[in-house]
Structures are given as structure tokens and as C-alpha cells.
Design a protein around this ligand. Structure first.
Ligand code: CXF
Ligand code: ZN
Length: 383
């Protein structure tokens, strides 16, 4: 059969649209415009759910926008490329990643940063040029999400947000590397640079916290303390290398940081805040070792949330506090390394996938995550 030529023309396909805050996604036919200069159109193979999709579905006001195509953890195949695209070609397997990497600016060429200056990361409802490639069947514009919008059979992504990968990794594992798991693993590996023999404290054992545990285990940490409000998380955590557990609701008179300081003989070498709560960042900072302790912030708090740290403590304790988007990973150079480590059976991705559903059941995947029943639910577009 002759191949249907789609390049250069709009594609009509299905997408799961967030029409109203807090309501189930609606699968509808949409039009996906061809890629503009520097962009690619991608046929999504599978996508997984990250908690940020839920956060932006539940929010009523900006930075939430409706109608919108959510989704930002995925893998796909390039269907067509826009002008000037040389890095990938039709048929290549790619991972769209919310954090841009132009590979050329002063930040992208520096080992010290993963924050691109040419295409600064922002929580925007548009492509980088301020426009959309999606319309619904009535011609109404649909908003993008985190430069990815993977809850669709086809999406358009700028090359700064695309990493070409070796298709040897199965798609239902590759998609995990787009956000949550990479963020956790990267935070231990790149942001903190955890050394063998270190002590680590992880505040919040959701997928990101468990990703940190996996990264810390890979780096050779010997004591990995998991802290969570739900004691059942310890059993889950053990499978990810968590060696000790603190139930943050049963600290009695003591502050969490007193308990961690006692357990580590003076404070953990590395603390990771994976919940998104300013008071927990303060507790994590108080839990890390004077002189060399490092606290890494991964959780996303409410807009405007402020930290309160004693200036005296900051001066006298000599600790570091670091923010970490995408775990400090540089998408184009670090994701291929993580894939090699998965293929070499070092990085364990399989244990993060607790459920798999077909696209028609995407709302089930949302419910599983909201109810705390899944770590990662993979949604197959074509099964
Ligand atoms: C997050 C990172 C911080 C802003 C919102 C989205 N990334 C992915 O989940
Ligand atoms: Zn995410």
C-alpha cells in the first residue's frame, strides 16, 4: 500500500482535551498544524501521567488555561520536520522534554547549568513563539502544556524540547524519562552529586522521591532515609533502595529535623524536598549536615510561597540550598546516558510502571494517580 503523505498538511487525529477545571478529559478529534521552523511533528507512541498534569487540570485560574491538551511524559516517532531541522528526521524515535536544551547558548554549553537562555523555561500555554498548533474541530484554539502536550496522537514540539533516543529502550520505559523519574534520579546524580557512602534524606516518597532513592542507590549512598506521612510508603520505598523510614506524623514532641539529625549523627549529607511545601524545605535544610550538607528542592509549591531561613543559621552552618528543575539534567546529553544505564540493567525503570492502559482509558490513569494507587501509569496511544 502507498504511504499517505502527511508532511506539510494539517493532521486530523484524536486528543484528550482538558475542557474544564477538575473535569475528566474529553477525547475529541483535533487538527494538528504542520511544524514551523525549528519544530517537529511527532506521532506519540505512549505517554505517562505526572502529577503536574493533575495540578494543572485541577487549577481554575492561570497558569491553568482551558481548553488545553495536557501531558508531558512521552515518547514518539518524528512524522515530519519544519524548516531548519537537521538534528532529527522522519522516523526517528524522540522524547519530548518540558525543559528546553538548545545545545548552543552559554547555559546549554556549560556543564554548570541546565537552564537554557535561548528558550527560557516558563509555564506557558503556547509554543515558544506565542502561538498554538492545535485547534478543535470547530476551529477553536487549544492551549499547549509545558511545550509538549502529549495527550494527543500527534503533537508539535520545538527542537529545543526534543531529545533523539536509541529505540532499543521500550516505549513504555522511555516515556518515564521525560519528567518525574528523570527529575528524581537526576537530582541525586547531577544536582547533588551524591557520593558513595553518603547519607540521604528524602522528604516525600511519591514518584519523584522514589526516583531520588533510585538515583542515590545508583550513586552508592549507604543510608537512604525516606520520610512520608503514609507509613505504607516504607514497604514501597524498600524496593527503591530506601533503608530507613520516618513517619512524619509520629514525631511526637520532636521536630523532624531533630530525628534526622539523630539518625545520621549530625545531619544527612544530602536532603531532597519532593513535596512542594515551604515548611518542609526549611525542615530539610535544618536536617542536613553543617559544613557540607546540601538540600535540593524539587517539589513545586503554590505560586508566591516564601521560605523563612534564619540568616544567622545560613551564615554559621555553611550549608547549600539548591533548586533543581528536571533534576539538573541536560536533556540532550544526560538522557542518552540514563538510557544506556537502563540497558546495562543499572537504572531500574520497570518498578516505576504500576499500570498500563489504552488511550480511551486515560481518565482511569488520572484517577489512579489522584487516588495514590499508581506510581506511573503508561497510556498507549495505539493499543
Ligand atoms: C514542573 C516543573 C516546575 C513547573 C511545573 C512543571 N515540571 C514537570 O512536572
Ligand atoms: Zn512532570
Amino acid at each position: 500500500m502507498d504511504k499517505i503523505i502527511t508532511a506539510g498538511k494539517p493532521i486530523r487525529c484524536r486528543a484528550a482535551i482538558a475542557r474544564k477545571a477538575g473535569e475528566p478529559l474529553v477525547i475529541e478529534e483535533v487538527m494538528v498544524a504542520p511544524p514551523e521552523t525549528g519544530e517537529v511533528r511527532i506521532k506519540i507512541i505512549c505517554t505517562s501521567l505526572c502529577y503536574s498534569d493533575i495540578t494543572f487540570l485541577k487549577l481554575k485560574d492561570p497558569p491553568a488555561f482551558f481548553p488545553r491538551i495536557l501531558g508531558h511524559e512521552s515518547v514518539g516517532v518524528v512524522e515530519s520536520v519544519g524548516d531548519g531541522v537537521t538534528e532529527v528526521a522522519e522516523g526517528d524515535t524522540v522524547i519530548p522534554i518540558f525543559l528546553p536544551d538548545c545545545a548552543q547558548c552559554g547555559d546549554c554549553t556549560s556543564k554548570k547549568s541546565n537552564l537554557c537562555s535561548t528558550f527560557p523555561f516558563k509555564v506557558s500555554p503556547w509554543m515558544h513563539d506565542g502561538s498554538s498548533r492545535f485547534t478543535d474541530i470547530k476551529g477553536e484554539t487549544l492551549y499547549h502544556f509545558l511545550f509538549v502536550s502529549s495527550f494527543a496522537e500527534y503533537t508539535v514540539v520545538h527542537m529545543a524540547n526534543v531529545t533523539k533516543i536509541d529505540p532499543v529502550i521500550p516505549p513504555n520505559r522511555a516515556c518515564l524519562l521525560s519528567c518525574g523519574v528523570s527529575t528524581g534520579v537526576g537530582a541525586a546524580w547531577r544536582s547533588a552529586n551524591v557520593e558513595a557512602g553518603s547519607t540521604v534524606a528524602i522528604f516525600g516518597l511519591g514518584s519523584i522521591g522514589l526516583g531520588v532513592a533510585e538515583g542515590a542507590r545508583l550513586c552508592g549512598a549507604t543510608k537512604i532515609i525516606g520520610i512520608d506521612v503514609n507509613p505504607e510508603k516504607f514497604e514501597v520505598g524498600k524496593r527503591f533502595g530506601v533503608t530507613d523510614f520516618v513517619d512524619s506524623r509520629s514525631c511526637g514532641e520532636k521536630r523532624l529535623s531533630e530525628i534526622i539529625t539523630e539518625m545520621t549523627g549530625g545531619g544527612a549529607d544530602y536532603c531532597f524536598e519532593c513535596v512542594g511545601k515551604a515548611s518542609l524545605v526549611e525542615e530539610a535544610y535544618a536536617s542536613c549536615r553543617k559544613g557540607w550538607g546540601k538540600t535540593v528542592v524539587l517539589g513545586v509549591d503554590k505560586p508566591g510561597a516564601q521560605l523563612t531561613l534564619s540568616s544567622f543559621e545560613v551564615l554559621h552552618r555553611g550549608k547549600a540550598l539548591l533548586g533543581s528543575l528536571f533534576g539538573g539534567l541536560k536533556p540532550k546529553s544526560d538522557i542518552p546516558i540514563l538510557i544506556k544505564r537502563y540497558i546495562n540493567k543499572e537504572l531500574e525503570l520497570d518498578k516505576f510502571v504500576t499500570h498500563e492502559v489504552s488511550f480511551e482509558d486515560i481518565n482511569k490513569a488520572i484517577d489512579l494517580l489522584v487516588e495514590g494507587k499508581s506510581l506511573r501509569c503508561v497510556v498507549w496511544m495505539d493499543k
